[in-house]
Ligand binder design. Structure first.
Ligand SMILES: C[S@@+](CC[C@H](N)C(=O)[O-])C[C@H]1O[C@@H](n2cnc3c(N)ncnc32)[C@H](O)[C@@H]1O
Length: 271
């Protein structure tokens, strides 16, 4: 892998710092991984490589293996080849930018893990993929719709995409506090769900498309702390000064739950 661009390096450092706490703190990601896996449990996979893009500690892969107890590859159409062609991933490849998270991923065995920056697109070995899953990772890429299109193009005929991603309508409470306090919104710019949906409809036969609303109790301080605790506090914006942060927190809507707007999408490449 060539050296990652500056923002990827910062994202990696953020997740590396939160790696030890990730599994314990990432309750929302765990719930979403479980829900995605439920939708994927009966997918008839064609032959071809499979991967979790931005796999982290493997929450999606672990949920998939629990919900497809006969084995991830059990639903392959046709006989399972004796030999996997060279360079093809036999398991659900655990691909991620952050080796510190992969080190805590029980599915990231020597043959099923890849440290890779998705800003570069997908590795060649995933060409003609049978399944590409990704949960809570696409929003970290600088051009999510462009990368999503690339992922769809890389699927083989009959291959499946399963995606969960927090969308731009998340965190209205934070946006409101920023507006009222006159300080910039310094969170990650989340992708517009409509733009991602348009890509999927162009490339895939969409089987599931849901907008899920999740909410969690906590004032501004708690919310920002929780994002940092799992290493997800990195932002392309310069950090707020202490007085700006104080003003932001003073204007955070009192007693309101913070809300996520999550796009869940499952689609199949036409055969
Ligand atoms: C919020 S975590 C989600 C991890 C996992 N999918 C889950 O649901 O728990 C975001 C993941 O995306 C990965 N990520 C962020 N930017 C990336 C990039 N440019 N290339 C590959 N992975 C990236 C992070 O390292 C991290 O593991």
């Amino acid at each position: 892998m060539t050296s990652p661009p500056a923002f990827s390096a910062r994202v990696r450092a953020g997740f590396a710092a939160g790696a030890a706490a990730y599994d314990h703190q990432a309750a929302l990601q765990r719930a979403i991984a479980w829900r995605m896996a439920r939708h994927c449990r009966d997918l008839p996979l064609p032959p071809g490589p499979t991967a979790d893009l931005g796999a982290g500690t493997g929450l999606l892969g672990r949920a998939l293996s629990l919900q497809r107890p006969a084995g991830w590859r059990a639903a392959l159409e046709g006989p399972i080849p004796d030999q996997i062609p060279e360079g093809r991933a036999p398991e659900l490849l655990q691909l991620d930018l952050c080796p510190e998270l992969l080190a805590r991923n029980p599915l990231a065995t020597a043959t099923a893990a890849r440290v890779w920056d998705l800003e570069q697109g997908l590795p060649a070995e995933l060409s003609g993929a049978a399944f590409l899953g990704s949960s809570f990772a696409l929003q970290w890429l600088s051009r999510p719709a462009v990368q999503l299109e690339h992922w769809c193009v890389q699927l083989g005929p009959g291959g499946w995409l399963a995606l969960a991603v927090p969308a731009a309508a998340s965190f209205p409470q934070w946006h409101q506090a920023a507006k009222l306090s006159g300080v910039p919104f310094t969170g990650l710019a989340l992708p517009e769900a409509a733009a991602l949906e348009a890509v999927a409809r162009r490339q895939l036969l969409v089987r599931q498309l849901q907008r899920l609303r999740f909410s969690r109790r906590g004032d501004g301080h708690t919310v920002l702390h929780q994002l940092r605790a799992i290493g997800a506090g990195t932002s392309p914006h310069p950090p707020l000064s202490t007085p700006q942060l104080r003003r932001l927190l003073q204007h955070w809507p009192r007693g309101e739950r913070i809300t996520w707007d999550v796009l869940l999408l499952i689609g199949q490449k036409p055969t």
